[in-house]
Design a protein around this ligand. Structure first.
Ligand code: 13P
Ligand code: SF4
Length: 307
């Protein structure tokens, strides 16, 4: 008897991969969907930390990542032993970690956040008089410190895709455009770029901003994030001029090499049970990583009793 398979895809995968998926979304939406799914097999067309999060939240399901190489630079730039020492040096702080982190990293965290809820969760912790350290994304942390006047010590990793966006190239491109010009950006982008943005938020937040856009349709909207989501933006608002924000050098395409390993062949193979099975996390590792994720999910559903 064939097993029930559900396929999830992040917005950064190619359009043909998104079309193969039962659910397309941002990190938070995909995590929630995985947790609530009753499928026996979850194929995760995303990157490894996303597939691991799905397994941690739904340990009964078999979770399959289509390609072994689908990592994330925020994960590979973080040595967990160094992180452990850093955390020990800040033992009186609450450690908030971005979901773009390994299961081991999550287990060393008090809270997990996504780009969708990071502002609210950190504001909540400060409102309770807590001091926060933030890892692994230095750009996101710098933005939060600037935007809200925090002084969080920050870990030093960056996303190799978003870190390429560049203020100087952006200002030049903006000057060349006729009519009104806007910028929306993912918070993994560098702070000088984020300071220029009309909106900073998650992939689904940026998509919503585009859907709701009520300005002049002759405007140009630059988007500082991976180019996969431009497909969703174009589908939602074909009337708008939407362009990827420029980067500091090179061809000006800006794709996540790890997300793009989700090819049609690899996803089809995974759907038939062949791929990287997320079966290597022990129960103890999953329990330790699940606790800070569950806090985030409870907070997202309105629970303010945890801090
Ligand atoms: P979102 O949670 O905003 O979808 O971001 C995931 C990601 O990897 C951004 O680079
Ligand atoms: Fe990681 Fe950056 Fe790729 Fe997102 S875009 S998965 S943060 S490398």
């Amino acid at each position: 008897m064939s097993r029930r398979v559900v396929t999830l895809a992040h917005y950064y995968t190619a359009p043909e991969i998104q079309k193969m998926a039962d659910k397309v979304g941002d990190s938070l939406e995909l995590s929630l969907f995985a947790k609530q799914s009753d499928a026996e097999v979850i194929v995760f067309a995303g990157v490894r930390f996303m597939a691991e999060t799905a397994k941690i939240l739904n340990p009964r399901a078999e979770v399959i990542l289509p390609d072994r190489g689908s990592t994330c630079s925020l994960v590979t730039q973080t040595d967990v032993n160094d992180l452990k020492r850093w955390r020990e040096e800040h033992s009186d702080y609450v450690h908030v970690s971005y979901i773009n982190s390994s299961a081991e990293h999550k287990a060393l965290s008090d809270w997990i956040v996504t780009s969708r809820n990071v502002d609210d969760i950190i504001a909540h912790l400060y409102s309770k008089g807590r001091k926060v350290i933030f890892s692994p994304d230095r750009n996101m942390g710098a933005y939060l410190n600037f935007q809200y006047g925090y002084d969080m010590p920050l870990w030093s990793a960056v996303c190799e895709v978003h870190d390429k966006f560049n203020e100087e190239a952006l200002l030049t491109a903006m000057q060349e455009v006729e009519g009104s010009v806007y910028l929306i950006a993912h918070p993994e982008s560098p702070l000088p770029v984020l300071k220029r943005a009309n909106y900073v938020g998650s992939t689904s937040g940026m998509l919503k901003w585009i859907i709701d856009f009520s300005g002049d349709s002759n405007s140009t909207i630059f988007v500082a994030t991976e180019d996969g989501i431009l497909y969703n933006m174009g589908l939602a608002r074909p009337d708008l001029k939407i362009a990827q924000a420029p980067i500091y050098a090179g061809c000006q395409c800006n794709q996540c090499p790890y997300m793009k390993l989700n090819t049609i062949e690899a996803v089809k193979r995974a759907q038939s049970g062949d791929g990287i099975k997320i079966d290597y996390l022990t129960e103890a590792q999953m329990n330790a990583a699940r606790a800070p994720i569950e806090k985030m999910l409870a907070f997202s559903q309105g629970d303010r009793s945890v801090w």
